[in-house]
Design a protein around this ligand. Structure first.
Ligand SMILES: NC(=O)c1ccc[n+]([C@@H]2O[C@H](COP(=O)([O-])OP(=O)(O)OC[C@H]3O[C@@H](n4cnc5c(N)ncnc54)[C@H](OP(=O)(O)O)[C@@H]3O)[C@@H](O)[C@H]2O)c1
Length: 286
């Protein structure tokens, strides 16, 4: 059962302009930190005289593509802030963190503004090279067909897939600006493409939410380009995860490992044009 989202109106009240992000971070510093490990954010480790490893913050890192992103960035030696809404139930992520000192697990329900604020306060002053919005929710298929459009579900899908990446980008803007790589990446979907609707309908809320986050990220790219931020809108392909099975996709997808290898290559090669790029490097039409 998916947890209820906050209302659209509540989100609007909580979303000041990007220009206010620095001031907001100070305010948020008064909020209590939520951590699964210790009270303060662990500092990245690096030998004296060496450049610190870059840092990635991943949402929804407990399973599927997010867990694989955490694994592959950890194997590359990055400092990985792997967030999940229920770390206690995230056995695979916790065992990754137990094996690798460069992985910290944090609590973050992306639909919860207070948790976003608390995590941003905890990491205030820490550069984040890649802010990776991976958490996503399909919504139940039967609640988003023309026979039955459940608008409470629509709001929850929007909260997770569309509002959260913008709100989290806003909350962590100062961290990204302070980093060497300055990248903000959202995992979108090929289903966000208007050109792809020729293949069939259904999944109204998921498609709209992903098209919406694409526009949020395009707008963010336009507003932050001159400060050196690169925004990525990356589609992972059809990947064997719980989400793909829930979508009713009839064929077998590619592995999370294969998809994520491609996604990370695309993040490394990211330009400032904020186009939709598929895991294999090809362009997805708008
Ligand atoms: N698999 C595909 O073929 C495919 C294709 C296109 C795009 N995508 C996108 O890829 C991303 C990852 O999906 P996946 O395929 O790996 O699916 P998945 O296995 O279902 O994983 C979804 C992840 O999102 C997390 N999540 C959902 N709601 C959340 C919330 N409110 N707060 C924090 N985390 C939340 C889930 O955490 P819980 O375990 O707590 O629910 C889980 O970690 C999504 O954005 C999805 O839209 C996937």
């Amino acid at each position: 059962m998916h947890r209820p989202a906050r209302s659209v109106a509540a989100f609007r009240r909580l979303a000041p302009s990007l220009a206010a992000a620095a001031a907001a971070a100070v305010t948020l510093g008064l909020l209590p930190a939520i951590a699964s490990r210790g009270a303060a954010a662990a500092e990245p480790s690096s030998a004296p005289g060496t450049t610190p490893a870059p840092t990635v913050l991943i949402t929804g890192a407990n399973r599927g593509i997010g867990l694989e992103l955490a694994r592959q960035y950890a194997a590359k030696g990055w400092t990985v802030i792997a967030s999940a809404r229920d770390p206690a139930g995230a056995a695979e992520l916790r065992s990754l963190a137990a094996e690798r000192r460069n992985v910290s697990v944090e609590t973050l329900d992306v639909a919860d503004s207070a948790q976003i604020a608390a995590l941003a306060a905890k990491y205030a002053g820490r550069p984040i090279d890649v802010l990776l919005h991976n958490a996503g929710w399909l919504g139940e298929r039967e609640k988003q067909s023309l026979d039955h459009l459940d608008y409470a579900t629509f709001e929850q899908v929007l909260r997770v897939n569309t509002f959260a990446p913008l709100e989290i980008s806003q909350a962590f803007m100062a961290n990204v600006l302070a980093s060497g790589q300055k990248k903000i990446v959202v995992i979108t979907s090929g289903l966000s493409s208007q050109a792809n609707t020729r293949r069939g309908g259904g999944l109204y809320f998921y498609r709209i939410s992903k098209a919406g986050v694409n526009m949020a990220m395009r707008t963010l790219a336009a507003e932050t380009r001159d400060r050196g931020i690169k925004v990525g809108i990356l589609a992972p392909g059809m990947v064997e995860t719980r989400l793909l099975r829930a979508s009713g996709y009839p064929a077998k997808g590619i592995s999370a490992q294969q998809s994520v290898e491609g996604v990370i290559r695309n993040i490394e090669a990211l330009k400032q044009d904020a186009e939709i790029i598929l895991w294999d490097g090809s362009r997805v039409p708008w």
